[in-house]
Ligand binder design. Structure first.
Ligand code: ADP
Length: 818
């Protein structure tokens, strides 16, 4: 097991670390831990930290707009033996730390929401890729997840006697075990103070709109389906934040929309106020651009990695805080005034940093030269001394040049010989007797003199002492920042939230969004709704807005039919996205919107669009559909796009039919079902709360024109053949297809031109026959045939058996209506 090892100049650490971490390695950083001057023999070295994908804090390695979470997962069982998991996640670069316990089947959804960069698992457990879906997993000894050791680690770190104060209960054992493993790993790898991790927050389900993994993917909320990147996702389209803290917080809000109307309204009030105040909004956003990433800067201070430049940035950000407070104090909405309360300007610290640090601070404290003159008396004295010595040497060079008659005489400096006078071979005749030869080069010789040595002492030692002193002053400043870390974090979070509210207000103003009204009843009343991404991407004014009315009683299930490319997917997605945006506390792309708060949103796409993963795509489609049917509640919102498409037409129509019936009868939640099976429109006849909608299409000279307008009623026919013509399929093929269609329709439509499947209504399968989806059932006649022993059968018996079998089959057909 060879371990690659490299040494390089310390200031290049960042660029090397970047390469290593991006490849998914962990890197142990080993440094000299004593002053080489004072070391006896070999200089002592130690591993000073271990850097892993989930624990980077270095600026160059982090995406400023994305959170970087380290997670840990542990399996557990509750008292009744049901499988559960504990999940904890922390961000070292900001100090956020959460944990939850959940049923095992929900794990993938939580991890999809958190999207950790690295996940710790116990070496004793194995997890499938489907369950974790995390690129980097790190095995840890099982004791790290132990109940007792986790307790110990957490209680000691937070200096508390119990975790109940944070809101954890007995049921939260798995969560605490996972949290213990996270903290233990951070302590082991960082070997630094983790004081900025101040609390462990229990993540409670029910306070947020649940969006499972498949829905997140299919709605492209934070990442696109195409390449999994942020660009093109809903998040990237609506992000108008001015700071990276704000950008991360917006991603967090969008991933965790709320369910509490009061909390949503508090955000909406603030957005409304900022939307109305254009000048103030612009002004605040401008000022936010001058604020650095306080959250991550403070974390670097507490882990002991902050540079002089980091402190300078903290100082500059602090200097801007009073003006934010001033602007916020005069606001009406509760949330904005609460943010004002949360901002602590730390005036003494701001003053200290401002007077101490120069404008141009280096990345490495040892480089020196960043403490302002006048801040520290002794430092000033040493600097003067060093400078005085340097001046004397400059004067000495001029004097000697004159005295020995060599105008080009140079006084140089290197680390081995200190200051020296250098004369070229051509000037050898001018060398005075008192010069002491120190070194011979190819074309020159170097000399020293007693006077030069005397001043050298002064310069070098003053320089060295000044540097050391400056470093000590830097450490003091860093400690002063650390002492205010908690206040700084709170201010940072307040600014981040302000940034998000401003971003939402800016978007609302720029795109002419409306304030949604959130209600408890499960309804939807959207007038002139638009798809938030297409609305921005398409040329101004070309996106066709559409209404959506869903109500208990008559329009819970909306069936949208129409040809491919008509705009069905776009429509149903926009309804889901508008709901998510509203519950996040944002304005919505519509003229008006009344949104009944949803507890869960589900979105599923039929198989042929779904090319991911190695499983049978139809199996995936059905597994995901099964989950909706089993977990949706009457407060959920379900979006189904061409479900049933992944199998043969008859299978597909039948499944889609049965699924709609089940949702209608058993779940009763708002459902938008887009389908090109127009046979389904018949459901509206038998199910009270099913409403047909279609996307209007104009026929024009044997072609179709898509109007993208949703109207009431069923699509009168499937335009597939027209679409094929549009796509350039030869006319002869098209004509032939029309003939075949006419024939098929003659066979499968009843007198009223309705598909025959709807005509018989709902039937229950015969109880003695087990219908299964994937294998043909064994009919009793088949069973009997199989069991006959031909060797024992006389010809007469055979005739008798044959008659009985025939009777049985005939009876069966008569008993079944169809
Ligand atoms: P379907 O699901 O019916 O096959 P899509 O929803 O995928 O159709 O829409 C096809 C294309 O039509 C989209 O990519 C978009 O460019 C355009 N489109 C859809 N809805 C609208 C609309 N309301 N206004 C303008 N263009 C639309």
């Amino acid at each position: 097991n060879p371990i690659p090892m490299a040494g390089f100049p310390h200031h290049q650490l960042d660029s090397y670390l970047g390469k290593i971490i991006r490849k998914g390695f962990r890197a142990a950083v080993c440094e000299q831990v004593e002053d080489p001057k004072e070391a006896k023999g070999l200089v002592k070295r130690e591993v000073t930290r271990v850097v892993t994908p989930g624990t980077v804090t270095d600026d160059g390695l982090l995406d400023p707009r994305a959170s970087n979470y380290l997670a840990a997962v542990i399996g557990d069982r509750d008292k009744r033996g049901v499988e559960r998991v504990g999940l904890a996640w922390a961000e070292l670069s900001t100090g956020r730390f959460f944990a939850l316990s959940a049923p095992r089947r929900e794990l993938a959804d939580h991890l999809a929401r958190i999207a950790p960069s690295e996940c710790l698992v116990s070496e004793d457990e194995s997890w499938s890729d489907d369950e974790l879906g995390v690129e980097f997993t790190t095995g840890r000894p099982s004791w790290a997840f132990g109940s007792d050791s986790s307790d110990k680690t957490l209680l000691k770190h937070f200096a508390v006697k119990s975790l109940e104060g944070f809101g954890f209960h007995d049921d939260d054992r798995p969560a605490i075990r996972a949290a213990g493993a996270v903290l233990d790993y951070l302590q082991e790898t960082q070997k630094a103070s983790l004081a900025h991790i101040e609390r462990l927050t229990p993540y409670r389900l029910g306070q947020t709109l649940e969006i499972d993994q498949a829905t997140r993917r299919s709605l492209e909320i934070s990442r696109t389906l195409r390449d999994g990147g942020r660009e093109g996702s809903l998040l990237s389209m609506i992000d108008r934040t001015a700071t990276s803290m704000g950008s991360r917080t917006l991603a967090d809000w969008l991933s965790n929309p709320l369910t509490d109307i009061e909390a949503i309204d508090a955000r909406l009030d603030a957005v409304a106020e900022l939307r109305a105040a254009a000048r103030l909004r612009e002004n605040l956003r401008d000022r936010l651009k001058g604020v650095y990433d306080l959250e991550r800067l403070v974390a670097r201070v507490t882990t002991g990695r902050a540079s002089p430049r980091d402190l300078r940035y903290i100082g500059r950000s602090l200097a801007g805080l009073p003006s934010f407070k001033e602007s916020l104090a005069a606001r009406d909405s509760r949330l904005l005034t609460a943010l004002d309360d949360q901002i602590d300007t730390c005036p003494q610290l701001a003053d200290l940093l401002d007077t101490a640090l120069g404008d141009d601070c280096p990345l490495h404290a040892r480089d020196g030269g960043f403490i302002r003159g006048g801040f520290h008396e002794e430092l000033d004295r040493l600097r003067e001394l060093a400078a005085g010595g340097k001046q004397w040497i400059a004067d000495y060079q001029a004097l000697e040049a004159e005295r020995i008659g060599v105008p080009k005489l140079k006084v140089g400096f290197n680390k081995v010989f200190g200051y020296y006078i250098e004369l070229t071979n051509a000037q050898r005749d001018n060398v005075p007797a008192e010069y002491i030869r120190k070194q011979t080069l190819k074309n020159a010789e170097r000399f020293i003199t007693p006077e030069l040595k005397e001043y050298e002492e002064q310069v070098v030692s003053a320089d060295e002492r000044a540097n050391q002193l400056e470093y000590d002053v830097f450490l003091e400043l860093r400690a002063a920042v650390q002492a205010s870390a908690r206040a700084l974090q709170r201010s940072a979070l307040a600014l981040a939230q302000l940034d998000v509210l401003l971003s939402l207000a800016e978007l609302a103003a720029a795109r002419n969004y409306c304030r949604p009204q959130l209600v408890n009843e499960p309804t939807l009343e959207i007038v002139d709704g638009r798809h938030p991404v297409l609305d921005i991407l398409e040329p101004e004014g070309t996106f066709v807005p559409n209404d959506c009315h869903a109500q208990a009683g008559d329009s819970m299930v909306l069936l949208i039919t129409g040809p491919n490319m008509a705009g069905k997917s776009t429509y149903i997605r926009q309804v889901a996205l508008i709901t998510i945006m509203a519950q996040m506390g944002g304005f919505t792309p519509a003229k008006s919107a009344v949104i009944g708060v949803a507890d869960r949103v589900f979105a599923r796409v039929g198989a042929s669009d779904e090319l991911a993963r190695g499983q049978s795509t139809f199996m995936v489609e059905m597994t995901e559909t099964a989950r909706i049917l089993n977990t949706a509640t009457e407060r959920s919102l379900v979006i189904l796009d061409e479900i049933g498409r992944g199998t043969s037409t008859y299978d597909g129509v039948s499944l889609a039919w049965a699924i709609v019936e089940h949702i209608h009868d058993e779940v009763g939640c708002r459902t938008l079902f887009a389908t090109h099976y127009h046979e389904l429109t018949d459901l509206a006849h038998s199910l009270a709360a099913v409403t047909n909608l279609n996307v209007s299409v104009k026929e024009w000279e044997d072609n179709v024109v898509f109007l993208h307008k949703i109207v009431g009623g069923a699509a009168d026919k499937s335009y597939g053949i027209h679409v094929a013509r549009l796509a350039g399929v030869p006319r002869s093929v098209n004509e032939r297809a029309k003939q075949i269609l006419a024939q098929l329709e003659a066979e499968h439509l009843d007198e009223e031109n309705r598909p025959k499947i709807g005509a018989t209504g709902k039937q229950r399968p015969r109880s003695d026959i087990q219908l299964t989806l994937f294998a043909p059932y064994d009919h009793p006649v088949v069973e009997r045939l199989k069991s006959i022993d031909l060797n024992q059968l006389t010809p007469l018996d055979a005739i008798q058996v044959l008659k009985e079998l025939q009777d049985e089959v005939r009876e069966d057909v008569v008993a079944k209506p169809r």
